[in-house]
Design a protein around this ligand. Sequence first.
Ligand SMILES: *[C@@H]1O[C@H](CO)[C@@H](O)[C@H](O)[C@H]1NC(C)=O
Length: 340
Amino acid sequence: MFAPIAVALVVGLLGWAYRSLKPPPPNICGSPGGPPVTSPRIKLSDGRHLAYKETGVPKEEAKYKIIVIHGFDSSKDLSLTAPQELIEELKIYFLTFDRAGYGDSDPNPLRSVKSEAYDVQELADKLQIGSKFYVIGISMGAYPVYSCLKYIPDRLLGASLVVPFVHYWWPCLPANLSRVAIRKLLVQDQWAFRVAHYTPWLFYWWLTQKVFPSLSIMTGNMAIFCNPDMEIIKKWLEAPPDGQDKIRQQGIFESLCRDIMVSYGKWEFDPMDLKNPFPDNEGSVHIWQGYEDRIIPLEINRYLSDKLPWIQYHEVPNAGHLLFFDGKNCEAILRALLLS
Ligand SMILES: *[C@@H]1O[C@H](CO)[C@@H](O)[C@H](O)[C@H]1NC(C)=O
């Protein structure tokens, strides 16, 4: 009497666990029943498509060509607040793209830190923007920039890591520093990153379950934004940027989940293994950190730029995680990258 009930319970539990741990298949853009393709795309050598957007001056007239790499839960439609006069004065061409699984870009089930650099390189080559270009990575978009510095340094003219992602398990970091930094995050975010790092197979469930508080961005917890960030969010609420509805249209597993699983997974290198790509000062590398940023604690970026003196470190007072979206700061970032 008791045994069959126990067996039924166990089978039921396993079935439930299987269903909740296993993410649904992605809703591929352009496939039957999937969202339509509404952006120009290139086809990569492995058959995936990458969607892109070109802004600023036309590339034929440009003096500076910059690939801007978006962060978590964002896309090629991120708002570039660079003043128009600056764009015309310096003749800047911007290329943004949907990273794998976001927006109109195909998912990459083999995505890795390394594959992000090769996606950037192939995009540049397919669009023929030249043998060398600049990269700017924002927040989570910084790990693709670290990847470019590692795998395609010869293709770069300069790089900016803006409010860059930090990995609490990079072996180069002293344990006490990582501990101090991660404990500055909201407890729910500390746990989300630990789950992604130690048990990535649980991460989809963790992000979608309702029992424990999940990643703050997913639960709408505004405590992660400081006052300067809130000012920018208020503007976005009044005039929402385009393309917001397309960011997660292929499902959250291949976009949000895989982004975090890859970035907080095990790396083949860490920043301390990087070499200065510009030993003769023919280009520059920058880190921009908002002093009030609550999403990226400043301790680790301070430490890295202290240990890697070829990275110019800029700590901006009265700025938080959204500093790139303030016109003044955006201009400072561009001038430092292009003119220093
Ligand atoms: C970590 O430990 C080192 C060596 O004991 C010390 O110099 C450093 O200040 C500590 N860092 C933090 C953030 O506590």
